[in-house]
Design a protein. Structure first.
Length: 188
């Protein structure tokens, strides 16, 4: 059965519309692809491997009412963008690299957790607050001088702690009733 002239025109118009829509979708996909990659081959951004995250901090920090605030930096040394998500895990350490006292408490007020994409060679930060050990009763704190911090970046892959050397007063006691002298915000 043959198509009428009118039916042929409608079919041709529909085919042209579908082809134009397909072309528009293809152009949109190309525009959204990562620079230097072909459409459909964009590499998904995955969690950072802690082996390629450099941890460092600015010294001196800024003080207020017996607490010093530092900015911890996490630099992506890999060849691709990756993500960090949440709070770094931090302990004060002695010269042997052993933990001293309670770990840093996670504080949303210093930075709420969310996933952060870190471009290659780029740096993100987290705020670390260290309360001076002399602010706590000596019997509850049992103060010593820490040699630095062991910092675990919130990577989730091959977690390796990095030692950041910085001497400061730390409490040696641990547990729920011991002083929590460090607080940290999430990476941002």
């Amino acid at each position: 059965m043959g198509l009428t002239t009118r039916a042929r025109r409608i079919a041709a118009a529909a085919t042209t519309t579908v082809a134009a829509a397909g072309l528009a979708i293809g152009i949109s996909t190309l525009a959204q692809a990562a620079p230097g990659s072909r459409a459909g081959t964009a590499v998904p951004v995955t969690a950072c491997d802690s082996h390629v995250v450099l941890v460092w901090m600015n010294i001196p920090g800024n003080g207020a009412a017996g607490t010093i605030f530092y900015r911890l930096h996490f630099t992506n040394l890999s060849g691709r963008a990756c993500t960090l998500d949440g709070f770094p895990f931090i302990h004060a350490v002695n010269l042997a690299g052993l933990p001293i006292g309670n770990r840093a408490v996670f504080k949303r007020r210093l930075g709420a957790p969310h996933t952060v994409t870190v471009g290659r060679g780029k740096t993100v930060n987290a705020t670390l607050a260290i309360t001076e050990a002399s602010n706590f009763p000596r019997t509850k704190c049992k103060p010593v001088t820490a040699a630095g911090l062991e910092v675990f970046a919130p990577t989730g892959i091959n977690e390796v702690g990095r030692i950041v050397p910085i001497p400061f007063g730390a409490c040696t006691t641990v547990g729920r009733l011991a002083p929590f002298f460090m607080r940290v915000g999430a990476v941002h």
